[in-house]
Design a protein around this ligand. Structure first.
Ligand code: GLY
Length: 319
């Protein structure tokens, strides 16, 4: 039995104020510790990812599950995925409506023949699984959507796009959980409401191996601008680099040097097969918290420019 490792995130994007930072720090710290305890009690990696994502999906601070952002037509559509390196299966759900925990559906699909299901078939699947109807729209998100929609009243609904910089509370707040369990299995899960005000039918990076991946040597969850993440094939790119022999910090460094040159905006969290934790970002902030045999910490104060963690995620270790 080895000491488990966990890193979770609640999004990446523009800087946040002290008040919001405090709330996010409390939420991420609590969820990280609850799920770490579950892992320490012997839960397997996939179970821990589900436990972590469910808690983050329930917290309206984040853009996933209840409290997710609304799309251009005023509906919330949720996407989530997971992967574990033992089974080696990627599974995901794309643009599902009226449910509480999209990560549960991703978990169910892990053992199915058809493993990534999008709308409209996803609604049939929810009925088949007898998943109770849940309305994830919150008053706060609805008000914000209506305000932004008002500014775009001359546009056809399906041509609306997000503001260039909708601010942290709108588009950025995807959640993710990456773990290494006591048996050494790696898993990653990611869940999102998308970018906000996007065209109906847009597919987020979240339920693709660009946004979430667990290979033999590393597991990764991404957050930030989905199109940037897709363009880089981000999670898979990092995982393959580690599998091909780069250390996790070197794989992150190389990948984020490229991302910086291409002016991408995103962040990642990762764990390698030794249980070492890494993170990196090009955005102003990455909201993440971690715990392993070297201790625990978070990345909330690391708020300027591109940052890649040092080995073992020693707090504040940056390049
Ligand atoms: N990374 C979440 C999204 O862009 O949909």
């Amino acid at each position: 039995m080895e000491t488990p490792s966990i890193i979770i995130h609640g999004g990446a994007g523009s800087a946040i104020g002290d008040g919001r930072r405090k709330k996010v720090r409390n939420a991420l710290g609590r969820i990280r510790d609850e799920v770490w305890e579950i892992l320490a009690d012997g839960a397997d990696a996939r179970q821990a990812v589900v436990e972590g994502c469910r808690r983050l999906e329930d917290d309206t601070l984040f853009n996933a599950g209840t409290g997710a952002v609304l799309q251009s037509d005023g509906q919330v559509r949720l996407s989530a995925s997971m992967m574990e390196n033992d089974a080696g299966h990627f599974s995901g759900v794309v643009n599902a409506r009226r449910l509480r925990h999209p990560i549960d559906v991703a978990r169910f699909l892990q053992d199915e023949r058809d493993r990534v299901i999008a709308a409209p078939g996803v609604q049939e699947l929810l009925r088949e699984l007898e998943i109770p109807v849940h309305e994830p729209v919150t008053k706060k998100r609805l008000k914000k959507w209506a305000k932004n929609r008002g500014r775009n009243v001359d546009s056809a609904t399906d041509e609306l796009v997000a503001d260039d910089d909708p601010g942290f509370e709108d588009g950025h707040g995807t959640v993710g959980v990456v773990v290494r369990d006591t048996e050494g299995r790696l898993a990653a899960g990611t869940s999102t409401g998308g970018r906000g005000h996007e065209r109906v039918g847009r597919v987020s990076d979240c339920a693709t191996p660009a946004g979430n991946y667990a290979g033999e040597s590393a597991a990764i969850s991404c957050t930030g601008i989905g199109e940037d993440i897709l363009d880089e094939g981000l999670a898979t790119r990092i995982a393959v680099r580690v599998e091909d022999g780069l250390s996790l910090p070197d794989a992150l460094r190389r990948t984020f040097d490229e991302a910086e040159r291409r002016e991408r905006s995103f962040g990642v969290i990762a764990i390698d097969d030794q249980g070492d934790i890494g993170w990196a970002k090009t955005s102003d902030v990455l909201l993440s918290a971690w715990r392993s045999d070297v201790g625990r910490g978070d990345t909330l104060e690391l708020d300027h420019g591109t940052i890649v963690s040092e080995p073992n995620a020693t707090s504040g270790g940056t390049t």
